[in-house]
Structures are given as C-alpha cells and as structure tokens.
Design a protein around this ligand. Structure first.
Ligand code: ADP
Length: 170
C-alpha cells in the first residue's frame, strides 16, 4: 500500500482527518504553539484523557520520540496522537528521535485504524529544529515508513514551513 503525501498551509486544528498529530511536550498537560491550539479548539476532553494517561501508564510523562492517542474532542477527527519532539541543540537533538516521532505516530495510527493523518512540523517551533532539516527528516521518514495510512497530510502553519516541505517533495 502506498501512502500519499499531501501539503496544506494553515491551522491544523481546522483540518478534517482520522487523526491529528500534536507536537506535545512530555508532560502531556498542554503547552504553547500547536499543542495550545489543539487543546483550545478541541476542548477539555483531550486534557482529561491526557491526565488519565499520566495517572496510569505514563506516570513520568511521554518520552521523546514516542506517541500516544487520545480522543480528539471537538476537533474534526477521531483521535489526537500526541508525540514529543526532540529539542534542537540539547543533548536530545538526535535526528533519529525526530524520525521516531513520525514513525511512532504512524504506528499508533495503524493500531487505531486511521487512514488519514495530519502532522504539524514537529520540533520546528519552540523546540527550534531548523526547518529545512526537519522537513527532510519528516518527508524521508514518512516515505519509507511501513504503514497502512493512506494519506499523510503535512499542515504547515506559515509559508516558510510550507516551502520547506514543498522543496522536499519536488
Ligand atoms: P515544538 O515544541 O515541537 O517545536 P511548536 O508547536 O512550538 O512545537 O511548533 C511546531 C510547529 O507547529 C511550528 O512550525 C509552528 O509554526 C507550527 N504551529 C503552531 N501552531 C500551529 C497550528 N495551529 N497549526 C499548525 N501548525 C502550527
């Protein structure tokens, strides 16, 4: 099965997809950037499930490069898949950890049976990963992933991010 990669410029919280990926932090309890936007628009049910995860299997939070799903609340999606990107320039700035975010999110999507998955440009905001490099890792990882997901849609917030991803697909 081949996965189609599509690009959209805009706000990921307005997308319709089976699963929307959140660039979360390890606490799973919300933050700024795309994380804040997802919780604001998705409503309190998402945070309630995140708190429940923290109270059960994820007592110490979610590790960098891993992914876990919750309800999507009021978003036009069935699930939010939370993943924790690496912080660039810290001891964790390992490209394989950024690749792992995409791979693990797709693995969770497969477990759920999600066919369309929307991703933001993980780690390129507060976590400062250079856009061109992050786009290359994202596209390469999705292209080579073994997944039943039919459409991976990268939703890029601004034109610069959109162009960085578009360049990887040319
Ligand atoms: P991280 O901490 O992983 O860097 P951020 O949320 O700070 O996560 O940024 C990740 C990317 O998401 C950045 O490119 C940022 O511009 C983008 N972004 C922020 N808000 C949204 C949104 N509502 N929809 C899509 N992308 C967004």
């Amino acid at each position: 099965m081949t996965t189609t990669i599509t690009l959209v410029q805009g706000d990921i919280t307005g997308q319709s997809a089976d699963a929307i990926v959140n660039a979360a932090n390890s606490s799973l309890l919300g933050g700024g950037g795309v994380d804040g936007a997802i919780h604001r628009r998705g409503g309190p049910d998402i945070l309630a499930e995140c708190r429940a995860l923290r109270a059960s299997q994820y007592g110490k939070g979610l590790l960098t490069g891993r992914a876990v799903a919750t309800t999507a609340g009021r978003l036009d999606a069935r699930w939010v898949i939370h993943t924790v990107g690496p912080v660039y320039g810290s001891s964790g700035s390992d490209p394989s950890l950024l690749a792992s975010c995409y791979r693990e999110s797709l693995r969770v999507a497969d477990e759920l049976g999600a066919r369309t998955v929307a991703f933001p440009a993980i780690s390129t905001g507060a976590y400062r990963w250079p856009l061109e490099d992050a786009a290359r890792i994202a596209v390469e990882t999705v292209r080579t992933a073994e997944t039943s997901v039919e459409e991976v849609r990268f939703v890029l917030f601004d034109e610069r991010a959109y162009e960085a991803f578009a360049a990887q697909l040319r």
